[in-house]
Design a binder for this molecule. Structure first.
Ligand code: 5RP
Ligand code: MG
Length: 216
């Protein structure tokens, strides 16, 4: 199946996020209210984007580590369709997030950290987590770790085999996507590549056509 395209909005204010969002909302499949935007603006960002795009799939990238039920409920009440948890959250926390998500017909993502464990990932799937995120971190980018490599592809394949929808993210550009040929990626996230472009709509269209070329 062809991956969905998700735009990540990580600006520090909502007004700035709306500029590119309004230009690409009809091109993308998922709108991410990014961690940085939620920290800056709170869940008002989710509420306002939901009000403008009532039928969109919206991820609140809140990276839950603790207090899972409480945080997840607030996100879903604000209009999120998906929430994210960090891999370091306990299984109890993740299970509570999944339980609240099921009340809202919503879904849960876990973002992998540096220390990947097949067993831990399998335990998330067992408690009902639908998505995992294979993430090249901004901090790794700053440290000069730039390329997606064979280990990422192996991880994507293994996680998809377990039944997860696998998201890839971290400074992705249209040309980066060639490395994923034949890989069972479920969602491609692009933040800065779209939001930071002179022409966000053209950047989103380029990503979409790269996706269509790579996953025909
Ligand atoms: C950073 C994030 C970003 O939302 C994600 O990496 C997508 O943004 P970009 O394409 O700019 O890296 O969660 O931690
Ligand atoms: Mg994010």
């Amino acid at each position: 199946m062809r991956p969905r395209l998700q735009v990540a909005l990580d600006s520090t204010d909502l007004a700035t996020a709306f500029g590119p969002l309004n230009k690409v909302a009809d091109i993308v499949d998922v709108i991410e209210v990014g961690t940085i935007l939620i920290i800056s603006e709170g869940l008002r960002a989710v509420r306002e984007i939901r009000a403008l795009y009532p039928s969109a799939t919206i991820l609140a990238d809140v990276r839950i580590a603790e207090a899972g039920a409480l945080i997840a409920r607030q996100c879903f009440e604000a209009g999120a369709s998906w929430v994210s948890c960090v891999a370091g959250a306990s299984l109890t926390t993740i299970e509570q997030v999944v339980k609240v998500a099921s009340e809202f017909n919503a879904e849960v993502q876990v973002e992998l950290g540096e220390h990947y464990s097949r067993e831990t990932s399998a335990s998330w799937r067992l408690v009902g987590v639908q998505h995992v995120i294979v993430h090249r971190s901004r901090d790794a980018e700053v440290a000069g770790i730039l390329a997606w490599g064979p280990h990422d592809l192996d991880r994507v394949a293994e996680l998809a085999e377990m039944g997860f929808t696998v998201t890839v993210t971290g400074g992705i550009t249209a040309s980066d996507l060639d490395v994923f040929v034949g890989s069972p990626v479920g969602v491609v996230i692009a933040g800065r590549t779209i939001v930071g472009a002179d022409n966000p709509r053209r950047a989103a269209l380029e990503l979409r056509s790269a996706i269509e070329r790579i996953w025909p």
